[in-house]
Design a protein around this ligand. Structure first.
Ligand SMILES: Nc1ncnc2c1ncn2[C@@H]1O[C@H](COP(=O)(O)OP(=O)(O)OP(=O)(O)O)[C@@H](O)[C@H]1O
Length: 251
């Protein structure tokens, strides 16, 4: 078995009396999509924040590419190759697709206090931005404003922005949210390919997407992982069904 690229060991996090993460172990290996599912409030976003660096765990560690990064900032983790897309879009709606990608590349470079105009003439940044847009198939939309894009295209642009730092892994928080059937279908095809560039830890409520895309699934309930395994094992696991999937089908 290959060494995990991302290895979360024994993470716990409490907010007052609430144990939002309870001794969580989860890892991500090359080429895979590992889905993290669980009911609302189970602690999925809290876990992603601790992996990405926005929230410090009370105990436990995050290892990334062989290095203990538990004490590193979000920016330092991003520079090491931790790519992230968010539950709520982080795009600048009135800027163009290319400008968003350039801003992403600029942010990752760390020198954000430059004036916008010269930035758009920076050959290195432009090349990085264009290459990322090409990888997600948005090269024809360089000059379109984000506000003119479909939801699905915005999700692709978010991935392009993350790609500007050549990520070694992706953390994705509900990428299917707000997409219609066709948009979800397209994005699923895209993520299916993307996993070969960098494995994906995928938080997702859309069970069709999870069952279609995931290589492994971890189920989080009340802050603790109650099961991890291949899709078929999780689907057929009676504890998972009563704790989560039953609830979903009843909805
Ligand atoms: N900063 C915070 N302070 C206090 N409680 C918090 C904080 N962040 C999260 N919580 C609580 O921790 C629990 C887990 O929340 P979290 O947002 O991680 O769940 P989730 O599984 O991502 O939910 P959803 O699927 O609705 O996005 C919830 O009970 C939430 O209210």
């Amino acid at each position: 078995m290959t060494e995990p690229i991302l290895d979360i060991r024994g993470i716990s996090k409490s907010f007052g009396a609430l144990r939002a993460s309870n001794n969580i172990n989860i890892d991500l290996r090359a080429g895979e999509i590992h889905a993290l599912i669980g009911p609302n409030g189970a602690g999925k976003s809290t876990l992603i924040k601790q992996i990405a660096g926005g929230l410090r765990p009370d105990t436990g560690s995050v290892h990334f590419d062989g290095q203990d990064i538990t004490a590193l900032s979000t920016a330092a983790r991003a520079r090491l190759g931790m790519g992230r897309t968010f539950q709520i879009s982080s795009l600048a709606m009135e800027y163009t697709v290319l400008q968003n990608a350039v801003l992403g590349a600029l942010g990752h470079r760390g020198d954000v206090f430059r004036f916008f105009r010269p930035v758009m003439k920076d050959a290195g940044l432009l090349a990085t931005a264009r290459a990322s847009l090409e990888q997600v198939g948005l090269e024809e939309f360089h000059d379109a404003r984000v506000s003119e894009l479909s939801h699905g295209q915005r999700r692709q642009l978010e991935v392009a922005v993350a790609l500007t730092l050549s990520p070694k892994v992706f953390l994705m928080d509900e990428p299917m949210a707000g997409l219609g059937a066709e948009g979800s279908h397209r994005l699923m095809g895209f993520l299916d390919q993307l996993r070969h560039k960098a494995p994906i830890l995928l938080v997702e409520h859309d069970m069709d997407a999870v069952f279609t895309l995931a290589d492994r699934i971890s189920v989080l309930v009340y802050g603790g992982i109650i099961a991890t395994g291949p899709v078929e094992d999780i689907r057929g696991n009676p504890i998972v069904q009563s704790a989560y999937l039953g609830e979903e089908t009843a909805a």
